[in-house]
Each structure stands twice: as C-alpha cells, then as structure tokens.
Design a protein around this ligand. Structure first.
Ligand code: PMP
Length: 438
C-alpha cells in the first residue's frame, strides 16, 4: 500500500471507548495529540489498543531513548523489582555506583550528584542550591524556556501557557531573549547579528528588572517545549562566559537534551560547556522516573545533611533502569546512531522544507528535529491548524508524531535512538507524502 493512503481509521473503537473514559474520569491527564490509546511498544514501534502499528517519533515525549521495552532494560528492572524497592534513608549499591557513573560521565568540575525522580525536582533542586550557595535570590531564565510544572520551575518558564492564571510566581525571576533565530524579535540574521540579543540587549533587561541580587541563570541547550529551537553555534559558550563575567551560577537544564538525544551523550559536549549545575531527567531512566542534579561539590556543601531529600529519589528501581541505559548506550553506541540517522532525516526534511512553503523550517541536531509550520514564508504566521492536520494524517498512515512549540505549530521528530535506517526512511517517506498532500 502506498504511504500516501490512510491505513487506519483513527480513533479505532477500543481507543475511542478508553478516550471517553479518560475524558470523564481524568480529563486533561495528558496532552495526548493523536486520538489513540497505547497498548504496547518495542524499540521504535508502538501498537494501540486496536492493534494498529506505528513508527514512533515521540519516544513517549523524549523519554524512551534506548527504545521501548529494550530487553536489557526490562531485565535489569525485573531483577531489581524482585530484590529491593525502596530503602529511602539508606544507600544501596545501585545508587552509589550510579552516582559515580554520572559524575564520571559529566565534565570534571561536576564532582557531586544528587538523585531525584522528576525533571522538575532537578531544576528546583538546582535553584535551591544556587540560592543557598550565593545567598542571593534572583534567577535569570529565557523567553520560551521550560523547566517543569512545580512552582519554582514554573515561575522560571518564559512561556505564558505554563503559568497563566497560576500567580503569584516565585519572586526574583528575570527573563532574557532566547535566540529563536527563525523568528528573531530584532529582525536580525544569526550570521551577522553578533549575538545582539545577548551582547546588546540582556544587560538592558537586567538593568530594569534586577534588584542587584542576581544568583544564577538557567537555560536549556535547545528549547524543548517551545519548539525544538537551537541557538546558533557558539552562543551557549558565549553565554557561559557572560554568566561568569557577572558572577552567576550557570545551570544547564539537560532534562530533555541528554542521553544521546542530540547525537552526543550530553548536549553540552557540542561546545564543551562546563555548567556549575546540571539537571538530568527523562532519558536517564528511559521510562522509569529518574532524575539527577550534578553539581560542583563547593556548591553542594552549602546544604546540610537532609536539607535536600526526596522519598523515591535514588530508589533502586530507578537506579537499575539508569544503569541499564548507560550500558545499552555504550554497547549499542546510541549517541552515534542518533547523530548518523538524525543527519539523514534532517537532510531529507530540510529538502522538503525548501519544496513546500508551509513547512517553514526544519532544524535540529541528532534525533531532535523540529518541523515548524507557517501560513506562508512572507508573514511566517504560525499554522497550528496545518500542524494538527499533519498529526492526524501521519497517524492514519502509521506514523506517530506530536506537536509542540510556543505557537503549537512545530512537529516533533524525536524517535527512540535505536531507530534503524529502514525505519527512518519509511517514516520520512510518510511525512513527506503527508506534507506534499497539504
Ligand atoms: N526541563 C525540561 C527541559 C523539560 O523538557 C522538562 C519536561 N518536559 C522538565 C524540565 C520537567 O521534567 P518533568 O516533567 O519530569 O518534571
């Protein structure tokens, strides 16, 4: 059957029934976008409760980096579940050896680790440490930034959608422009702007917003929630220097970008960044809730024993899952697969963007690629309606995608990192056929 023709009627009857139950009893529990209910998954494939099979471009929203239900991952988790689940206040071999592996994985200035369960906890923890260490309270973040849904993390969001009608927010939040070059608010081009947003504009915002009590800066290496937006090369290392010049703690939020996603184990490797605090999450457990804060010991020492704690942080099940992820990443060289397959997919998708006007931009690194849809290239007006159409048409043809973005007009291309060349080719064929048919 041609990839142009729909294969499935969406939603199937079982999905429709369960979606109705979900709407009744847990409305809004997910931001589920294609109307299907997942049943099981393996590698890069997902089956819904009606038995329809899809190639997955979501990774359960950038989580299952080693692939769904990777046999080795499942085996470590099963073994651990039968042995020990939660000793809370006591260390376990899994926890201490994981802490060592994470410290060894990250830049050598990061010599301490603290285990948590969610990404929001990790960004909250980073802010606590930065405030305690500096004795100051203001934290800089970026337009469009996303760091989680708890109050501190939400307050740092540079995105109205995250915090609308939830005020008052944590005091001391200051927002600077992120280089969203496709929609540069200064109408400049990255090749010749001299990083205007940072060099010429940032201090002006600080002058009018800060009380002179700046503690830290938190940033994502690429913006996830706002639409897979990548800063131009060199911008992040310049930002790191800029933060140092102002005596700020530099917090890098790699909750989404780590564990091979961008074609390197950590996104910071692209520019050899050395943050003072590093937040990890999502892919670290590849589906088992796990997160970690990596820190310079001088910063961690500002907290006394028990001042930071989390009931399930560092639990043996999460640690076993993370050990499995680290082993699989190394044995299967998944960051390299992410780089290689990502390059192929991005190349084809960029050609498609040249051909079809409403696909305004295709951008990314490794297996995190954003497809930004617009009404036309003149106005660049965001086209969330077209984006939704693409999601449905892809789903009917066996490709599972979701949307994201400041304007809800960006399709996520983020398959598990185990995607094969054949699956990459087959899935890009579906997307190309759908985009050409718009
Ligand atoms: N930071 C970033 C960059 C994220 O993408 C997310 C989740 N999308 C978080 C923090 C929050 O993680 P969690 O949902 O696990 O709390």
């Amino acid at each position: 059957m041609s990839t142009l023709e729909p294969k499935y009627h969406i939603p199937g009857p079982k999905s429709a029934e369960l979606l109705a139950l979900s709407d009744t009893y847990e409305p809004g529990c997910t931001s589920q976008q294609a109307p299907i209910v997942w049943d099981h998954a393996a590698g890069c494939r997902v089956w819904d409760v009606d038995g329809n099979e899809y190639i997955d471009w979501t990774s359960g929203v950038l989580v299952t980096n080693v692939g769904h239900c990777h046999p080795q991952h499942v085996e470590y988790i099963r073994e651990q579940a039968g042995r020990l689940l939660n000793p809370y206040d006591f260390p376990t071999p899994e926890r201490v050896t994981l802490a060592r592996r994470l410290v060894e994985l990250t830049p050598d200035n990061l010599d301490n680790c603290f285990m948590l369960t969610t990404g929001s906890e990790a960004t909250e923890a980073a802010m606590r440490v930065a405030r305690r260490y500096t004795g100051r309270h203001e934290i800089i973040s970026f337009w469009g930034g996303f760091h989680g849904r708890t109050y501190g993390a939400m307050s740092m969001a540079g995105k109205m959608g995250t915090k609308k009608n939830f005020g008052p927010l944590m005091p001391g939040c200051i927002y600077l422009p992120y280089p969203y070059c496709f929609r540069c608010p200064f109408r400049l081009h990255p090749d010749e702007c001299g990083f205007f947003c940072l060099e010429q504009f940032a201090d002006r915002i600080i002058e009018v917003s800060s009380t002179g009590d700046l503690a830290a800066l938190i940033i994502e290496p690429y913006q996830g929630g706002s639409g897979f937006i990548f800063p131009p090369d060199g911008w992040l290392s310049r930002l790191q220097e800029w933060a140092k010049e102002r005596d700020l703690i530099f917090i890098l939020d790699e909750v989404q970008s780590s564990f091979g996603r961008t074609g390197k184990m950590l996104a910071l490797e692209h520019e050899d960044l050395r943050p003072n605090l590093l937040c990890l999450g999502k892919g670290i457990g590849s589906g088992v809730p796990t997160a970690a804060l990596l820190a310079e010991s001088r910063l961690m020492q500002s907290l006394g024993p028990g001042e930071m704690s989390s009931t399930t942080g560092g639990n043996p099940l999460s640690c076993a899952a993370a050990h499995a992820v680290l082993d699989i990443m190394a044995e299967e060289n998944l960051p390299e697969n992410s780089r290689r397959i990502g390059e192929y997919m991005l190349g084809r998708l960029q050609k498609l963007a040249e051909e079809v006007e409403v696909l305004g931009d295709a951008r990314g690194k490794g297996l995190v690629i954003g497809l930004e849809f617009v009404k036309d290239m003149e106005s660049l007006e965001p086209a969330p309606d077209i984006t939704e159409e693409v999601i449905m048409r892809c789903c009917e043809r066996g490709l599972l995608v979701g949307k994201v973005g400041f304007y809800g007009n960006v399709i996520r291309v983020a398959p598990p990192l185990v995607i094969t060349e054949e699956q990459a080719e087959q899935s890009v064929d579906i997307m190309a056929a759908v985009v050409r048919s718009l």
